[in-house]
Ligand binder design. Structure first.
Ligand code: G4P
Length: 287
């Protein structure tokens, strides 16, 4: 599915969420733990005001534990915000989330006053998996197609908590090109304006900086190249992606690197740190 974020859809989603915001006690924003900044929806921050928000760092099984800990600390330092790392495919992880909802809205959740929690997330972060895990049943998926009107879903998940699934489709940080690349690297957005080779080169540049030991040992490269593109050439050579004359088929090498990165063959990898993203945001705000 090609995903495009058009101003019309964005406006509609914003309007729909604004309309239900006054009924909401708490927001659960599902993020991809590998890219907690890039997988945020920028509108949530502006319309939630001081409402409590849980940043749910999902897919934490794919992310670097030490970096996830930094993100949790970062989010917890923001007003009325808490954060936990989960793997939504494991239902037991949801107990932590339920407990956190109860702590953040202490005056509700008992004696017939249910906690009303809005669950939000850009496509592919695992929002549906989270909802199903919380509800302990399969709930029909909503909202991941921009042109289709979906009605608001209210889901009773027990524990005196009602989940409100966000109606429209939420968009990621599209104003930051680096975020676009990282969303593409993790597979969060499948069809993008970027070429596969460019996405893999971006990943290569980052891995050289952040995880040199991991890639050195995985691809058995004695001396790592100085940049992502040349690193891809090294991967291609190691894996026999060669044309006649010995030239490397970069596209094949790009596919190998991205597949191995996404499928955890390289182990848990995070694609961004709070420090990196704070610096990028300063730059985005300046432009
Ligand atoms: P969405 O509603 O936010 O669009 O996402 P959805 O729940 O459909 O999840 C997107 C993909 O991410 C699914 O994989 C899902 O299984 C996977 N996923 C969700 N949570 C986790 C997690 O905590 N860890 C890992 N490793 N994967 C997670 P898929 O391949 O698209 O579908 P499926 O074949 O697994 O059903």
């Amino acid at each position: 599915m090609a995903i495009n974020w058009y101003p019309g859809h964005m406006h509609k989603a914003q309007k729909e969420i604004k309309e239900i915001m006054s009924d909401i006690d708490l927001i659960i924003e599902v993020l991809d733990a590998r890219i907690p900044y890039s997988s945020e929806n920028p509108m949530i921050a502006s319309i939630r005001r001081d409402k409590p928000c849980i940043k749910l760092l999902n897919k934490s099984d794919l992310a670097d534990e030490a970096i996830t800990a930094l993100w949790i600390e970062h989010f917890k330092s923001t007003k009325n915000t808490d954060a936990i790392a989960v793997n939504a495919k494991k239902t037991d992880a949801m107990q932590k989330l339920i407990k956190l909802c109860q702590e953040l809205v202490p005056n509700k959740g008992s004696e017939g006053k249910p906690i009303r929690a809005l669950i939000a997330g850009i496509p592919n972060v695992g929002k549906s998996t989270t909802i199903n895990a919380l509800a302990q049943r399969t709930i029909a998926k909503t909202g991941n197609e921009p042109a289709v009107t979906k009605s608001q879903q209210k889901i009773n998940i027990g524990h005196n908590i009602t989940l409100f699934d966000t109606p429209g489709m939420l968009w990621p940080k599209i104003e930051n090109e680096n975020s676009g690349y990282r969303l593409a690297v993790t597979g969060a957005i499948k069809e993008t304006a970027f070429e596969l080779d460019d996405i893999a080169t971006y990943a290569g540049d980052y891995l050289l900086e952040a995880y040199p030991d991991v890639i050195q040992s995985r691809y058995e490269i004695e001396e790592l190249a100085p940049n992502g593109y040349e690193f891809l050439e090294q991967v291609g050579k190691r894996r026999g992606c060669l044309r006649s004359g010995g030239r490397v088929e970069i596209n094949k090498a790009a596919k190998i690197l991205l597949t191995e990165l996404r499928e955890m063959v390289l182990g848990p990898i995070s694609m961004e740190t709070p420090e990196m993203c704070i610096a990028e945001q300063v730059e985005v705000d300046r432009i």
